[in-house]
Write a protein that binds this ligand. Structure first.
Ligand SMILES: Cc1cc2nc3c(=O)[nH]c(=O)nc-3n(C[C@H](O)[C@H](O)[C@H](O)COP(=O)(O)OP(=O)(O)OC[C@H]3O[C@@H](n4cnc5c(N)ncnc54)[C@H](O)[C@@H]3O)c2cc1C
Length: 388
């Protein structure tokens, strides 16, 4: 694993970030990883993991100092996502979702909104990002949730589906359309919805293939009133916020997918070294070596691209959407491939729940679907090369 250790060591972190990463690694190794199989088996939300993450104060990295936080570089954030997700993919996405949902508030919120809402996130509150609707998935501009102004309030009617943390969030970043604006793109607006707002209800949570310990909720809004002070940016400015938020969340879900990929690769290597057939450790067979070589080469290159994107973001680049799409596409396809091959390399044992690769393969699948399906990312990347 020297190749990967050296790649990790090539990323430059400050001293405080290095210490933080060390404590995240310890948490992942000692607490999150040992709990993951049981949480998956029972599909239980990992309250204990969230508590432990909050004891380390990890949410503080999502929030500027002025509002009670303690920000780190984007590279350090991605490294934390990867570590947590390698140990427990459900916990990884629960934690990262709060970042995905709150980053637009940090970047586009008014001073009063940030002062009022961000301290509760810094101290451990859960966020949810609510875009998808039953009839608007890949094409978010088809969303039907309505925001109707009513004096000092906005009335929300509609519904969302597949919302991570949707039944438990303290704060929702919610997208909908401004009433009276006919143009789909110009109507999209964004507001902050607080927990327990009357008119917000949870219709159900999904019974899923993987990420079974994270909750995925369908929400309904019926004459749900929020103060107009919770509107983020202006009416009709939601699409800009949506795209900006996806640019930050896509590298993050890629880091999450690479956590799954790393875990599967490690398990595969450990197994082929120890498993013997025909008088040999199976890693001695050339067919197995060729497969490991291909997986290692792709993993190393994809991780190098992760740090490339992190450097772009930390360097202040405004336009990195295509690089983010390339990363999300590659990392998630690779997570699925390595997890599937890891099951194959475990033979019949890989198909049984005694080995972690069985869970990793189920957890990997969604990474190709959420945050824009990989078909959509292929379309975005391909379209970028159209000559104008
Ligand atoms: C576990 C889980 C957690 C999620 N968390 C969140 C969350 O926190 N917040 C949130 O807002 N959403 C969330 N989602 C929703 C997720 O982002 C959507 O499922 C995803 O964007 C796809 O939308 P869809 O399911 O409606 O599929 P559809 O858009 O209906 O797509 C169906 C198929 O058609 C393909 N397709 C669609 N359009 C095109 C096209 N133009 N070209 C080629 N192929 C196309 C798709 O790639 C896909 O294969 C989550 C979903 C799941 C399952």
């Amino acid at each position: 694993m020297k190749v990967f250790e050296r790649l990790d060591a090539s990323v430059s972190f400050g001293e405080e970030e290095r210490l933080l990463l060390e404590s995240v690694r310890k948490l992942a190794r000692e607490k999150l990883a040992p709990r993951a199989a049981e949480l998956d088996r029972t599909a239980t939300f990992p309250q204990e993991n969230v508590r432990d993450i909050n004891q380390l104060g990890l949410n503080a990295m999502f929030v500027p100092e002025a509002y009670g936080g303690s920000p780190v570089s984007y590279a350090a954030y991605l490294a934390c996502v990867r570590e947590i997700s390698a140990a427990c993919a459900s916990t990884g996405i629960i934690w990262a979702t709060t970042f995905h949902a709150m980053k637009p508030l940090v970047d586009f919120g008014a001073e009063e909104q940030k002062k009022r809402l961000l301290p509760r996130i810094a101290s451990g509150g859960l966020g949810a990002l609510a875009i998808t609707e039953p009839t608007a998935g890949s094409d978010a501009t088809g969303m039907k949730t309505r925001f109707t102004p009513d004096g000092d309030h906005i009335v929300i009617d509609g519904g969302k589906t597949f919302i991570t943390n949707g039944d438990l969030a303290d704060l929702y970043l919610l997208f909908g359309k401004w009433s009276g604006e006919a143009d789909d793109r110009r109507a999209i607006s964004c507001l902050l919805l607080e927990k327990n707002t009357p008119g917000l209800s949870v219709l159900r949570t999904e019974d899923k293939m993987g990420h079974r310990a994270s909750s995925t909720a369908a929400l309904a809004f019926e004459r749900c009133r929020v103060p107009r002070a919770n509107l983020l940016a202006g009416p009709g400015e939601g699409l800009k916020l949506l795209l900006a938020s996806l640019n930050r969340s896509r590298p993050s879900v890629a880091a999450h997918a690479l956590g799954i990929a790393r875990a599967a690769f490690q398990d595969a290597v450990a197994y082929v070294n120890q498993r013997r057939q025909s008088g040999h450790a199976i890693i001695e067979f050339q067919g197995i070596q060729f497969l490991l070589a291909d997986l290692a080469a792709e993993l190393a290159q994809c991780e190098a691209w992760l740090w490339h994107v992190a450097r772009l973001v930390d360097g202040g680049a405004a336009d990195f959407g295509i690089e983010a799409s390339i990363l999300k596409l590659r990392a998630s396809d690779l997570a699925m491939r390595i997890a599937t091959e890891a099951v194959q390399l475990h033979g019949g044992y890989g198909y049984c729940k005694d080995y972690r690769v069985e869970r990793l393969m189920r957890d990997a699948k969604i990474t190709q679907i959420w945050e824009g399906t990989n078909q959509i990312h292929r379309q975005l990347i391909g379209r970028h090369f159209t000559e104008k």
